[in-house]
Design a protein around this ligand. Structure first.
Ligand SMILES: [Zn+2]
Length: 99
């Protein structure tokens, strides 16, 4: 069984402000606010000392793999926009924590 899986790389910096983007292959809308995992599933998370480094998600509609990177820029932005807020200590992916 040789199932061909396409992989794409995206920089989160090029996506919309809410983090939603379209699957590069089938056009399904992938939104961080969608936690149903009907559209996509998180398959791998890479973190470094600065936080989230790369997120690997799988589009459930066309089964392609999308590598999301550039989260450090987002983290810096959110700190600037919410200086008084502190990050809650959870196991959630930092980027997906919205108020
Ligand atoms: Zn897709």
């Amino acid at each position: 069984m040789n199932k061909q899986i396409h992989a794409y790389k995206r920089d989160i910096d090029t996506t919309n402000r809410d983090g939603a983007f379209l699957c590069p292959q089938c056009g399904a809308k992938i939104s961080p606010d969608d936690h149903s995992e009907l559209v996509y599933s998180i398959v791998d998370i890479s973190v470094n000392s600065f936080g989230l480094e790369e997120l690997v998600i799988c589009c459930n509609r066309c089964s392609c793999i999308i590598h999301l990177s550039g989260f450090s820029k987002i983290n810096e932005l959110s700190v600037m926009h919410h200086p008084a807020e502190t990050e809650p200590e959870t196991d959630d992916v930092p980027y997906f924590v919205h108020t």
